[in-house]
Design a protein around this ligand. Structure first.
Ligand code: ZN
Length: 266
């Protein structure tokens, strides 16, 4: 049975527009493409010594601790209008005709995040302007606490293919995918939902006959939520706590046959 139909059916049963419906089966995923400079060239050095030029860090780049210290972690956290370069990447991918939000209603975020090995990376995310500051604060707190987030790239680098992004354990937010006969608008289409470490925190729908739909399909090893594994989101962990404190709901706590352990929305 088509899982999309099941998801839509589940959404109707929930009588709510809060279900994560951003998955798709676009086979045209592409690897990381255009990137935008985030950190302006900076010169730092003691008086009388050769100044050191800061690297121009790109989203997806590892950022050595020495540069975090020199530049200050705060300099990597930003929220800005969608630039022409970023919109060119989004247009036709996450942003399509019929999108329920305008480009002006969205914000491009940059943030530092640490992976499971403690390495620091520069991440990026597009969210609704109304939650941009909250999300920045959450991401900053997660970074400061070394809460592991493996990847944080725009879903456009995956051709807006949610399956590909999830399988790559990529955390992302805004993605609009028009569908016929869809009654519930995904909060991802509004930029009001964020998926964190999705491979280890899958979407799971248990049907009436006990059959389970899992997205991404490769996440079967992470269905046992009592097991111990990296990147697992739990009800009272720091990630859930911070999102809850900022007024978000966690999909892993939904009292229904649908659990979406990666999903936070407002
Ligand atoms: Zn989601």
């Amino acid at each position: 049975m088509n899982s999309r139909l099941l998801k839509n059916t589940e959404a109707a049963l929930l009588c709510t527009a809060v279900i994560c419906l951003n998955s798709c089966f676009n086979k045209n995923a592409k690897s990381s493409g255009n990137q935008t400079n985030i950190v302006k060239e900076t010169t730092i050095g003691p008086a009388g010594q050769e100044p050191l030029s800061a690297p121009r860090f790109q989203p997806g780049n590892q950022v050595p601790d020495v540069w975090v210290e020199k530049l200050g972690a705060s300099s990597f956290f930003s929220a800005s209008p969608i630039s022409d370069d970023i919109f060119a990447l989004m247009d036709g991918n996450s942003f399509k005709e019929g999108c329920p939000v305008t480009r002006e209603e969205l914000r491009y975020l940059t943030a530092l995040h640490k992976d499971g090995q403690g390495r620091t990376f520069l991440g990026e995310m597009v969210v609704n302007a109304s939650i941009a500051q909250d999300v920045l604060e959450i991401l900053r707190s997660l970074y400061d606490a070394s809460y592991p987030i493996e990847k944080m790239r725009l879903i456009d680098h995956y051709g807006a293919d949610d399956q590909a992004s999830m399988e790559d354990n990529n955390s992302s937010a805004f993605n609009f995918r028009p569908r016929a006969h869809q009654t519930a608008i995904s909060k991802h289409a509004l930029g009001l939902a964020i998926d964190i470490n999705p491979l280890y925190n899958p979407y799971v729908l248990t049907t009436e006959n006990g059959y389970r739909i899992v997205e991404p399909a490769s996440a079967g090893a992470y269905l046992d939520r009592s097991a111990d594994f990296p990147y697992k989101i739990e009800r009272d962990d720091l990630c859930c706590t911070l999102f809850r404190e900022h007024g978000f709901y966690w999909g892993g706590g939904w009292a229904s046959r649908t659990k979406d352990f990666q999903h936070f929305e407002r």
